[in-house]
Design a protein around this ligand. Structure first.
Ligand code: NAD
Ligand code: GLY
Length: 372
């Protein structure tokens, strides 16, 4: 018989320090079965929001852990995919909560990747003007990025994450054992965000990622735990300094303006978010080089790392330069009609640049589109 306690290890904890909205990120194997989560559910009821892929894998165990602490648990499994991260799916959650007569103290628990985390977070932020919320991220991308920092929301057909709110969870439970069932392509997508932290904030971490990229792709548990811990430390520090993206938090969007244009242009779900970010970071590196900020060996080093993580380094040939350029203007990084781009000043140091000439952006897109 499955003994849940047998594989639970002592978790590593990273704290997100936001005054009264502070919360812990627990990182470790077997946390889904542990007793931490129930301590963050303030009333007797919780609703797990998951999807049709993740629920069969982990919902029963999470339910048992909560029921062991006398919580009443209900669950809704949404269709799986970025294409369902929209207002229609959000309405399905509201309908379920109304049908179950959920009250304002009931906790919503997001069990899944970034899509489930973002949409559940927004449901929690808006249902009855806000109910308690917990993140149980089960993809690498969600464990290193989307579950931390309180950005929640859904896509509009014309732009990623256009409708949403800042809403912090009460805790994040990153069970590293849940990554065992993650497809390789999704693991690589998560590595894009790990590389992003090294590139934008910490050159030593970037060196560490380069040295450990094979171990990470082979799912070495210790390497993954360290990558998640370091990534969460960096994100927690940036969010602590700038919770609502008035300044440096925008640096976390390195590669995302190009990446969001790829995702929207290809149709949500065709390219994974992390894949689009991988190519987007290479495009940001090319543009940084074009503007004289970094040298050619640095650009090559970034491309080699992105490639060795199993990610694309070029934008899809299917999207024309005009189309990509047009889609970039729908991104949230446009302010006063001017596109603000995150570029690299050097490795481990990103900067916001808002006066990039259109010819340079177009030259990068042209040079960085795949040829086939
Ligand atoms: P995802 O949520 O679509 O999950 C990827 C796939 O893996 C899905 O098919 C999912 O069902 C499956 N899956 C999840 N966990 C699994 C497991 N343990 N075993 C097997 N399969 C599993 O994608 P994602 O990469 O986790 O997240 C991408 C989303 O996150 C995008 O919508 C992006 O915009 C968003 N995001 C948000 C933030 C933020 O700060 N809020 C940051 C980065 C990305
Ligand atoms: N993923 C970008 C942010 O959280 O700000």
């Amino acid at each position: 018989m499955h003994d849940p306690a047998a594989h639970i290890s002592q978790p590593t904890t990273v704290n997100v320090d936001l005054g009264e909205r502070s919360y812990p990120i627990f990182i470790g194997a077997g946390l889904i079965d542990g007793d931490q989560i129930a301590r963050f559910v303030p009333s007797s009821r919780a609703v797990i929001v998951s999807n049709t892929t993740v629920a069969p894998l982990y919902a029963e165990r999470l339910t048992q852990a909560l029921e062991a602490a006398d919580k009443r648990v209900e669950m809704i499994a949404l269709p799986d995919g970025e294409q369902y991260k929209n207002l229609e799916t959000l309405e399905r959650i509201y309908d379920f909560l109304m049908e179950k007569q959920v009250d304002r103290k009931t906790t919503l628990i997001a069990l899944g990747g970034g899509v489930i985390g973002d949409i559940t977070g927004f449901a929690a932020a808006s249902f009855q003007r806000g109910v308690p919320f917990i993140q149980v991220p089960t993809t690498l991308l969600a464990q290193v990025d989307s579950s931390v920092g309180g950005k929640t929301g859904v896509n509009h057909p014309r732009g990623k994450n256009m409708i949403g709110a800042f809403y912090q969870p009460r805790c994040v439970l990153a069970d590293t054992a849940s990554l065992d069932t993650l497809p390789d392509r999704e693991l690589s997508a998560g590595l894009a965000e790990v590389i992003k932290y090294g590139l934008l904030w910490d050159e030593d971490f970037l060196d560490w990622i380069e040295a450990n990229i094979d171990a990470l792709r082979q799912r070495d548990r210790a390497a993954l735990t360290e990558a998640i811990r370091q990534s969460c430390l960096i994100k927690a520090e940036i969010v602590r300094q700038d919770e609502r993206e008035g300044g440096i938090r925008a640096l976390l969007n390195l590669g995302h303006t190009f990446g969001h244009a790829i995702e929207a242009g290809m149709g949500y779900g065709r390219w994974l978010h992390g894949e689009a970010v991988g190519a987007g970071m290479c495009m940001a590196a090319d543009l940084s080089h074009r503007l004289g900020l970094i040298d050619t060996p640095t650009v090559r080093r970034i491309e080699t790392l992105v490639e060795s993580a199993g990610l694309p380094t070029r934008a899809p040939a299917a999207l024309s330069t005009d189309r990509l350029r047009e889609l970039m203007d729908s991104d949230k990084k446009v302010e006063d009609g001017r596109l603000r781009l995150v570029l690299l000043g050097r490795l481990g140091q990103a900067r916001l640049v808002d006066r990039v000439a259109d010819e340079d952006i177009r030259a990068t897109i042209e040079a960085m589109r795949a040829t086939d």
